[in-house]
Design a protein around this ligand. Structure first.
Ligand SMILES: Cc1cc2nc3c(=O)[nH]c(=O)nc-3n(C[C@H](O)[C@H](O)[C@H](O)COP(=O)(O)OP(=O)(O)OC[C@H]3O[C@@H](n4cnc5c(N)ncnc54)[C@H](O)[C@@H]3O)c2cc1C
Length: 396
């Protein structure tokens, strides 16, 4: 019998096909087809470089096997196989391969990054991977509106895509892939980039089968410039929907704590609109800490002024506002320590963090301090919340 070996795999149900792992892997052990992203067991050297960059935790799957799953096996999966039972001592030897050093590495990689997430138990079942690289769906641009001031330092746009007769069943918190046309310098076709859906499940306009995105133009960026320059009537190739965990609980009494920066506001907009349309203003409460440099560069600043406080309690926080002290979301969370502590202690509270990866460290530090104020260890609480589907991070 073969000696058991540890195999690195990717969970196809959770993976959002952002290909970041593939681009990060230093030994080209990760590849994809139109369907799945997979790991070549012959090449993977367990360097762990791909673990912290994965926005979903789907990369963090391991099986002890007697014979490695082939690439063909992995390409055909809709879900990961269970850990097979191995026999006797050999199995033990194999399982020991997940040794202390590995556990430490993984824990380090997941520090603050969201770990392996779970959907809220009451969340609607998401559709995933309906359209893929080989079979994208064509949407037509219905609108492209600048959300930030003309002279603001960032160009963020509200893009409305009309799926016409094609089904695009997205839930709030899911993302879609946009395939930019053309190829890179080596002639390889551009890969899709992911964008969070910023409209609720019944559409930007209810019943019109359209979806909105919130896209920031990145200097030199292939896809963001392509999207930000789209004109009404243009056709766009779209993949997805992706994401099976960053979802809203279907419980009007649930309390929602949203922490975001920049385009991380996209799923929060979808959550807020869903609640408003589904249950109105009578619900467990929604609180948002939203950071930007200035009001001019905060996406949806104008529309947010019209959102009633009994629907959404807002803390808009600015780091470059003239005449004001620099403030980041974590600073405001600490100022509102008691309110945040109250939410963290409520078993029906759900936390969502979305935006630039750099925001995580400050937010983690604030949550650690706030949890300490009620004698709780934040890492333990965070792990319990994550296990309950109540702690969600999506940073990029
Ligand atoms: C789960 C998830 C959700 C996301 N949701 C959103 C969202 O809602 N909204 C959003 O805007 N983004 C979102 N993103 C990020 C998005 O997917 C893209 O990564 C982003 O738009 C940049 O893609 P790009 O093709 O424009 O840049 P790329 O071409 O991929 O370039 C990557 C970076 O390199 C820099 N760069 C490239 N070429 C040059 C050059 N010649 N000179 C200088 N700099 C250069 C670019 O500035 C860019 O920052 C999300 C990402 C993930 C993983």
């Amino acid at each position: 019998m073969n000696k058991p070996l540890k195999q690195h795999l990717i969970d196809p149900e959770i993976c959002i096909r952002c290909y970041t792992c593939e681009m990060t892997c230093p030994v080209q052990a990760i590849e994809h087809d139109d369907n799945n992203v997979v790991v070549n067991a012959d090449l993977c050297n367990f360097c762990m470089d791909c673990i912290p960059v994965c926005p979903t935790g789907s990369i963090d799957e391991w099986r002890v096997v007697e014979e490695a799953y082939s690439l063909e096996d992995q390409y055909s999966w809709d879900e990961l196989p269970e850990q097979a039972e191995l026999c006797g001592d050999e199995a033990d030897t194999g399982l020991e391969a997940l040794d202390d050093a590995m556990a430490t590495l993984l824990a380090e990689a997941h520090k603050g990054a969201g770990g392996k997430p779970k959907a809220p138990a009451s969340a609607s079942k998401p559709t995933i991977n309906l359209y893929n690289l080989g079979k994208p769906v064509q949407a037509v641009v219905q609108g492209n509106y600048r959300l930030t001031a003309e002279d603001a330092d960032s160009d963020v746009r509200h893009i409305i895509l009309d799926f016409q007769g094609h089904p695009m069943p997205v839930l709030e918190g899911q993302s879609v892939g946009i395939i930019p046309p053309g190829a890179d310098a080596d002639g390889v076709a551009h890969l899709p980039r992911l964008y969070s859906v910023s409209s609720p499940r019944d559409g930007e306009r209810p019943g019109y089968n359209n979806v909105s995105l919130t896209v920031k133009r990145e200097t030199g960026g292939v896809c963001s410039n392509y999207i930000c320059d789209l004109k009404t009537g243009d056709s766009v190739n779209v993949t997805g929907p992706f994401g099976a965990t960053f979802l809203l609980p279907d419980d009007p009494d649930a309390r929602i704590l949203m922490i975001c920066t920049g385009t991380g506001s996209a799923p929060m907009r979808a959550f807020t609109m869903r609640r408003q349309r589904k249950v109105g203003t009578v619900h467990g409460g929604m609180t948002m800490f939203f950071g930007a440099r200035t009001p001019d560069s905060l996406p949806y600043f104008g529309p947010l002024q019209k959102v009633p406080t009994n629907l959404l309690e807002q803390h808009l926080v600015f780091s470059r506002q003239q005449g004001q002290e620099k403030e980041y979301v974590q600073h405001r969370m600490l100022k509102e320590k008691e309110a945040v502590a109250d939410m963290l202690q409520d078993a029906n509270s759900y936390v969502y963090i979305c935006g630039l990866r750099e925001m995580e460290a400050g937010v983690e530090a604030a949550l650690t301090e706030i949890a300490g104020s009620f004698d709780e260890n934040w890492q333990n609480l965070r792990d319990r919340m994550r296990e309950d589907g109540r702690y969600h991070v999506e940073t990029y």
